[in-house]
Design a protein around this ligand. Structure first.
Ligand code: SAM
Length: 242
């Protein structure tokens, strides 16, 4: 049978998250994660978003584009359960689904319209840079916020007892990035939620890790529950060194 449902990408996400590693598991966990949704023609139209500023939050329907070609599984192992317990894919928000569609509620911070370009400024995102967006819908508190809903194995936001400390050099680096005033808070909150895969969390000796946020390479060590940010380097400077 042919599939009559053709979807169009209406825009793309610009995000500080340049790799899957370090992205929170759901939106809203890190309000400092700001991004942009850049609408593309023919949907980059002021008329198509008229009235949107009246809503504080939006639902974004998107494609898990980074993993879409990796297929799907009927059962998955949610990291939330330590990566060992299997659940049916439709009982999870996993990326490896029959249709690789994601759904995130994000805060709408503003709208920019400039020379035909239409951009929504959003925050609290859990989206990789370059994520294709298929649809936008306003969040309706009277219907979407359900006080008596049960959350199964993910009934509350993940708890964290991780601590984060910055070296003097890393702290100074953050202070100097006037274009990214919340960089240090963003790094701190990303590390507090412990982005390491479950099997790495069991290691006892001190380990060094790296991640990319915006155009910055961040290096830190983990000792028990303590993260220590050792250095931050601009990627353009790294490239210049080679
Ligand atoms: N809130 C969405 C949902 O419920 O459909 C996403 C939940 S999914 C568990 C969150 C993970 O998706 C993030 O931690 C990140 O690793 C991954 N992710 C985000 N954007 C992606 C993309 N464009 N392609 C593949 N994976 C992505």
């Amino acid at each position: 049978m042919t599939n009559p449902y053709q979807m169009q990408v209406i825009g793309y996400i610009e995000s500080p998250y340049k790799q899957k590693f370090a992205i929170p598991r759901q939106p809203g966990l890190i309000p400092e994660a700001t991004g942009k949704l850049k609408l593309q023609a023919p949907y980059a139209s002021e008329t198509m978003i008229r009235g949107i500023e009246a809503f504080s939050h939006l639902w974004l329907v998107f494609v898990f584009h980074e993993t879409a070609d990796k297929g799907w599984s009927p059962m998955v192992r949610p990291p939330r359960l330590g990566g060992n317990t299997r659940k049916g894919v439709f009982a999870t928000r996993a990326t490896f689904r029959p249709n690789p569609l994601g759904l995130s509620v994000v805060k709408l911070d503003g709208v920019e319209i400039h020379n035909g370009a239409v951009t929504l400024l959003i925050s609290g995102i859990d989206l990789l840079d370059g994520t294709p967006i298929l649809d936008i819908k306003p969040y309706l508190p009277y219907s979407d916020a359900l006080a008596d809903a049960r959350g199964g194995f993910a009934d509350a936001a993940p708890e964290t007892s991780m601590t984060v400390e910055f070296s003097a050099a890393a702290e100074q680096f953050c202070r100097q990035q006037s274009a990214y005033p919340k960089l240090q808070q963003l790094i701190e909150k990303v590390l507090k939620q412990d982005p390491r895969p479950p099997y790495k969390k069991q290691r006892e000796s001190e380990q060094t890790y790296g991640m990319t946020l915006y155009n910055f390479n961040i290096k830190w060590t983990v000792n028990g529950e303590h993260n220590y940010v050792t250095e931050i380097i601009k990627l353009s400077e790294l490239a210049g060194c080679q």
